[in-house]
Design a protein around this ligand. Sequence first.
Ligand code: ACO
Length: 398
Amino acid sequence: MTNESAPVRRAHVTGWGRYVPEQILTNADLEKMVDTNDEWIVTRTGIRERRVAAAHETTASMAAVAGLRAIRTSGLDPDDIDLIVLATLTPDYWMPSTAALVKEAIGNTRAAAMDVSAACSGFVYAFSTAQAYVTAGLARHVLVIGAELLTRFLDYTDRGTCILFGDGAGAVVVSGSDEPGGSLGISLTTEPQGAYMIWLPAGGAKSPPSRETVARGEHYIRMEGRETYRFATRTLASTALESIRRAGLEPGDVSLFIPHQANIRIIEAVAKGLSLPMNRMFVNLDRYGNTSAASVPIALAEAVNEGRVAVGDRICMVAFGAGFTSGAVTIEWTADPARGTAGDAAVRPGDVNVRLPVDWDSVDPIPPALAALMSRPDPLHIPLDDVVPGDPEPASVT
Ligand code: ACO
């Protein structure tokens, strides 16, 4: 990434895309696995089914399909992207970042790439990062992705959590331009008092993975559902309102809300709190459950492709999640909504390839592409002898 583009004033959504795995887990399927029933799940959450990634799929592979679809929708080439910001709480690895894997899988050679961690609010946090880069002139086109493979972190004996979550990915391209519209107002909050209301106890530095942590099931998501519900209802409404007011608008000016898809009762409470009818709230959680950082961008892409969004519409994307975090962004839509379906159709899952390690037990041998990169003339002419005794000097620049 270079710092060459001139400062621009506005961040516009120019591309959008989504990917969900084919395999469906219905409430009836869950009835066979845990002590629950369809009626309880539908009335308490609104969820009827969710998607489960196939064995060969990962967060990076789903993110790459959604990301490439967003790029195709925008009419750009992968190499036009200056920065990739990927929100997830289920990265493929601790390191490298999932964004780095996605960069290679979509065929981008130029972008800086990083992950953002803000749980279910992650996509809105990543979007605000993209806006900051674009309006500061540090990037012209940013690929913002929310992607999750939550079903591999669920305890299927805990009926309070395993019924809620599903897998998938969504993405947008955020582009800088001096045209009016685009992102109008952002609000982000973090409330650490809620840190242990939703958490994944083991695997990090505080409690590295061990036989004992696995035996205690500490590698699975834990949640205090009722407290989370109460906090979510309040914070979603207040964060959305803050972002709308920062945009110089009132809730009635917003044509469509894209709320985090956690629970239909939470979304209904937000509509009531903002004195708006439910037809202003986009809902698809009946089909996908809670896909955490992926839920808002999947919902946005579906809303646009289903004809719910027109040029000039004001849209508020709002999310809450572990942390506790919340975030909302109010935008004025400026892209041709008809482009999305073609963007989706242009990319099949087999079109992306996330590179796997050659040898799982050790560090890979240097791949030819990396060797070629390192043998390029070095403009700084750094003497390699100092670090690798006996290595030949790099070729000098002519
Ligand atoms: N099937 C049947 N019964 C169940 C189930 C189930 N799947 N789960 C819980 N129950 C039972 C409970 O054991 C309890 O029984 P009891 O009264 O005999 O003790 C009863 O149902 C009521 O349980 P509650 O937890 O009080 O149910 P509630 O109405 O609060 O619904 C739910 C639970 C759906 C989890 C709700 O609290 C919720 O949606 N919370 C928000 C969760 C959320 O959005 N999390 C995502 C955060 S985003 C992120 O960053 C990951």
